[in-house]
Structure formats: structure tokens, C-alpha cells
Design a protein around this ligand. Structure first.
Ligand code: S3P
Length: 440
């Protein structure tokens, strides 16, 4: 499937809602399965990644049924999972495979977790190593990098003990996999990250009564004296900030635009994109701020504005990690040089996003240089219609489509089916706002 996108000459305008937050959705389904009793989750994204987690849990014997505007999960607790009849297909979803690895680490049976051709290229040693230290056995396939393991993974659960773990990468997937295993381990577990990654798991687990303590970049789990069952819950999943970002970027780039995305999660560990754009001169306002289930949410309004240069590094890169390809696209329309650093993790996402972003930008005639850990974009070059390879990566495809709104002529974004993993109504919502793009 391809996307055809024309230069946008009319302003974009309107108020829309985006699908539920993907990160929160995965956690809600998994924690619901660990809870005692029925949990109701409303507004779960219909994106394929979240649905992979739902079907994975069903294959482990968890009953999940549709209810009005949501799903109901029958919690079985840590001891309640049953062996799956066959291997579990995690599709394109890194969060599904890594979180399930932690969930299955204390279960006394073996499970095979596999994924699509893109997921099979992503490193899994980062969860294999700590989970093995805790007492599970994680076997994986060999691949590109010697010593690394890749999907398919075989997780053989066992009796776990607590560990003190210093992670080399700031990764919420790694942190959450360890936390899930730690809930069933004997003794305390602590995980320290180089920088604080997104903290949805900590917020949700604490709210459900798990014995968690956060101290800077360290999270501790004290298993003593709790019954290993999380409290049942009702949760409304906030709109996905990472999806909203594409619409806010489009409004910023198309002259005269005024777009509001309602009820978006604005957890500060996720909102680096807004901070970056504001520093570049964008006109983004945060309206109607409120809290739901321990997560801050708001309506985000973006109006078109000219943009200038910025350096992005350290914590800001981490807080904007999934939006960096989009920021690079926006940067191509700014005045001056934009440098993105400390983002080596981009190389092991759904694609090598440093290389894929550089190719995407160059398809439109934009100028940029690749670095090991990021990119420099020389903004302000006139953009021409491009034919953009997305490398099967949803965020590259969507970032390319947004930049195409500013390129002279009609652009084609190739291989865009994976947009459905995170933002199934991306095209429809952009059209609602007045953009002319179509699938072919
Ligand atoms: C996610 C964590 C991040 C992020 C991914 C979702 C999560 O990955 O890039 O899109 O839900 O925990 P890493 O943990 O690999 O940094």
C-alpha cells in the first residue's frame, strides 16, 4: 500500500481526537490480566500493536471480551497464565514481545514469542540478560550482531529472585519487563537507567497497589508481604501523544492552519516534541489540562508558525524519541541547522530510523547528514515532490506524509500498511482537517 500526498495550499483546521495511547494500552491489558477481578479499559487503540498484546494474552488463557467502548479483562494473577498452544505472534510490536518476556519469566512453562521481519531484526539481549539473571531462561536466534539475540524467543519461566540491575539503555520496555518479573520474584529488585524513560508502568503499578518506589532514575520493587494480585481497575486510555504529534506538526507547517487535538496524554516523559517545537518558535498551546488515572491529559492546539534552529540532545532526545523522525521532517522546513544527538536508539527501532529519516528527507531534496547517534538537518531548502521508501516503519511513513504537505507537486510514500500498527485512522483524520491525501 502507498500514500499519495499533494502539496497543501489550503489551511488545515478542526478539532479531532486520536486513538488511545499505545504504551498505556499495552500496559492496561497486561496489568488487567495480573489483577484480581474484572478490569475495564475504555478507548484502547484499534492499532495492530495493542491488538497483538490482547491476542497474546488470550492465547495465555486470559478472557478478554468487548464491552461498550472498550474491553473487559478477567484478571488471573501472576500464577494464572496457561501455556499457549502454539507460538505467539507479536507482529511489529517491540513493546508486546519485550513486556510479555517479563510477564512470562516467572511462569513454569515455555513460550515462543515471534514477530514480523522487522521485529526479528531488533535486539532482545537487553531483556534476555536481566531476566536470565533473575532465573528465567531466554533463548533467541542469532543475527546481525555477534552475541546479540533476536526473535523468535523462547521464554522458559522459573523461580525468580530479585536483582540490582543497571541498564545501559534508557528503555521503558526493558524497565517494564524487569518490573513485571520483579512482581513475582523473591527479594527486592532495583533497576537503574541512565536517564528516566517513560514512566507509565510506574504510575499505573503504584496506583494498583504494587510495592513500587521511584528514586530518581531507579525503580525498586519490594515483593515482601503483598499478595501478588494487582487491584482491578477502570481506565480510560488518553489520546496517544505520539499520534497527535503528526497532526500538530502538520498544522505548524501549513500556512494559516489551526488544529486542536483533544484529550491527549501529556505525561512529561513523553512530551519532548512540544518542548522542541516551542523552542523552534511553534505556536502550540496546552488547554483544558486535567488528570485521569494518574496521567495528565490536555487538549493541544497548534497554529502555523515559522520555525528556527535548535540543538536536541540528552534528556530532550529521550523524551521525544518516537517523534525524532517527525522533528527531522519539521526541521527541513525551518531556518538554519537542527542537530539531533544522543539518539543512537533510533537505529534499533522498527527500522534504522537515522538512516530511514535521512533517506526520507533527501527524497524531498532536503539536506542532512547522518551521525552514529542522530542527524543534522540543514533546513530551508525548497522541497520537491518525493517518492519516499518507508522501510515498513509507521513513523517514517507518517513523517514523510507530513513533509509531503510542504513539497511542490504530488509525492508518494511507499509501503505504508504499517501505519495501522499505531495510528489506523491517520489518513482519515488528516482529511477531516482538510488535507488531500489518499491510499493506493
Ligand atoms: C515504549 C518504549 C519506547 C518507545 C516505544 C514504546 C513503551 O521504546 O520507543 O515506542 O511502550 O514502553 P524503548 O523502551 O525501546 O525505548
Amino acid at each position: 500500500m502507498n500514500l499519495l500526498v499533494s502539496r497543501q495550499t489550503r489551511p488545515l483546521s478542526g478539532r479531532v481526537k486520536v486513538p488511545g495511547d499505545k504504551s498505556i494500552g499495552h500496559r492496561a491489558v497486561i496489568f488487567g490480566a495480573l489483577a484480581s477481578g474484572h478490569s475495564n479499559v475504555f478507548g484502547l487503540s484499534g492499532g495492530e500493536d495493542n491488538l497483538r498484546t490482547v491476542s497474546a494474552l488470550r492465547s495465555l488463557g486470559v478472557h478478554i471480551r468487548p464491552i461498550e467502548s472498550g474491553i473487559q479483562i478477567d484478571g488471573v494473577g501472576i500464577a494464572g497464565f496457561k501455556p499457549a498452544r502454539s507460538e505467539i505472534d507479536c507482529g511489529n510490536s517491540g513493546t508486546t514481545i519485550r513486556l510479555l518476556s517479563g510477564l512470562l519469566a516467572p511462569c513454569g512453562f515455555a513460550t515462543v514469542l515471534d514477530g514480523d521481519q522487522y521485529l526479528r531484526r531488533r535486539p532482545m539481549g537487553r531483556i534476555g540478560k536481566p531476566l536470565e539473571q533473575m532465573g528465567a531462561t531466554i533463548a533467541g536466534a542469532a543475527g546481525k550482531k555477534p552475541g546479540e539475540i533476536y526473535a523468535p524467543l523462547t521464554i522458559t519461566g522459573g523461580n525468580l529472585h530479585g536483582i540490582t540491575y543497571i541498564s545501559e539503555v534508557a528503555s521503558a520496555q526493558v524497565k517494564t519487563a524487569i518490573l513485571l518479573a520483579a512482581l513475582a520474584a523473591d527479594g527486592e529488585t532495583s533497576i537503574t537507567e541512565p536517564l528516566r524513560s517513560r514512566d507509565h508502568s510506574e504510575r499505573m503499578l503504584s496506583a494498583l497497589g504494587a510495592p513500587l518506589q521511584v528514586d530518581g532514575t531507579t525503580v525498586r520493587v519490594r515483593p515482601a508481604s503483598w499478595d501478588r494480585k494487582l487491584a482491578r481497575f477502570e481506565l480510560r486510555v488518553p489520546g496517544d501523544f505520539s499520534s497527535a504529534a503528526f497532526l500538530l506538526a502538520a498544522a505548524t507547517l501549513v500556512e494559516g492552519s489551526d488544529v486542536t487535538v483533544e484529550a491527549v496524554g501529556i505525561n512529561p516523559t513523553r512530551t519532548g516534541f512540544v518542548d522542541v517545537l516551542e523552542k523552534m518558535g511553534a505556536n502550540i498551546s496546552v488547554e483544558n489540562r486535567r488528570d485521569e488515572n494518574g496521567e495528565p491529559i490536555a487538549d493541544l492546539r497548534a497554529r502555523a508558525a515559522p520555525l528556527s534552529s535548535i540543538d536536541i540532545a540528552g534528556e530532550l532526545s529521550l523524551r521525544a524519541i518516537d517523534e525524532l523522525p517527525l522533528i527531522a521532517a519539521v526541521a527541513a522546513c525551518a531556518n538554519g541547522d537542527i542537530r539531533i544527538r544522543d539518539a543512537a536508539e533510533l537505529r534499533v527501532k522498527e527500522s534504522d530510523r537515522v538512516a530511514a529519516t535521512a533517506t526520507m528527507l533527501r527524497s524531498f531534496g532536503a539536506e542532512c547528514e547522518e551521525h552514529d547517534d542522530g542527524l543534522t538537518i540543514h533546513g530551508g531548502t525548497p522541497l520537491v515532490a518525493g517518492v519516499v521508501p518507508s522501510h515498513g516503519d509507521h513513523r517514517i511513513a507518517m513523517a514523510g506524509a507530513i513533509l509531503a504537505l510542504r513539497a511542490e507537486g504530488n509525492s508518494t510514500i511507499e509501503d505504508t500498511a504499517n501505519i495501522a500498527t499505531s495510528f489506523p485512522n491517520f489518513v482519515e483524520l488528516l482529511r477531516t482537517l482538510g488535507a488531500s491525501l489518499q491510499s493506493s
